[in-house]
Design a protein around this ligand. Sequence first.
Ligand SMILES: Nc1ncnc2c1ncn2[C@@H]1O[C@H](COP(=O)(O)OP(=O)(O)OP(=O)(O)O)[C@@H](O)[C@H]1O
Ligand SMILES: [Mg+2]
Length: 269
Amino acid sequence: MVALALRVTDGQRAYHRGATRQPVFTDLNLEVRTGEVLALLGPSGCGKSTLLRILAGLESLDHGRLEVFGARPSAPKVGIAFQQPSLLPWLTVAQNVALGLRFAANRAARTPDAVSRVLDELRLESVADAYPAELSGGQAQRANVARLVVTGRPILLLDEPFAALDPGTREALQDWLLDLQRARGLTLVVVTHDLSEALHLGDRVAVMSGIPGTIRRVWDVRSHGGRTDRSEAGEAVRRHILSQYDADPRPADRPTTWADTLSDSPQGR
Ligand SMILES: Nc1ncnc2c1ncn2[C@@H]1O[C@H](COP(=O)(O)OP(=O)(O)OP(=O)(O)O)[C@@H](O)[C@H]1O
Ligand SMILES: [Mg+2]
């Protein structure tokens, strides 16, 4: 049996908008395997960022269940990096990375050389004393990830981490992230709008449909010829994902109700 890092069962989440309750996602079923990279694709507004906040314990499901390593979430095991790198501008890179260790929840990871080891490992030692405004976009993203890594949490959620970077930097950081994931045995969930990135990073690729969102389908990319977006097998998976990606475009302005959305069957496994 595959060990699961995260599992959402029949997850539902809605936000209040004025007097109405607007479902974000319904019937959401998702499994994230321990030690894998799951790439999460889906149209804008289908609830990817909302799902990550729930997986990180920053928001709750209205209905359904979240399990972390097979149990109810208790001690923090999940770290999240938001869509924008949120480094504090008045602190250096090293001070930004050290900041997370001041919280009680991360006490176990607090050792005298924790920050310098992570800066070394993530190839940031040369900018340890630089301020965020002095960093390139790629360096800022690496520092953003370093802040998570230093906490020692085994599951990291990254929300469009490389979206704002030029293609060359982006490819270099994708490989950097995979090296880091392998070296530390991390479980990663990476949201992206870029199918090539999803195929390159993901052991599996999940596509959310919406709106409201649900997990439409999950592809095991690795078993289809490895992590690549260039091989023939990769090309077949790419075409299949694209066909599914377009298959259920629900106009954002169409009024939806729980009854509407509950008639869709979950496709998450
Ligand atoms: N705090 C909030 N209050 C009310 N509505 C919200 C809140 N957060 C998100 N939403 C709504 O929930 C829906 C899903 O938002 P979310 O940010 O999760 O989408 P997304 O898939 O991450 O989109 P994108 O690809 O553009 O980042 C949107 O309709 C959004 O307006
Ligand atoms: Mg988002």
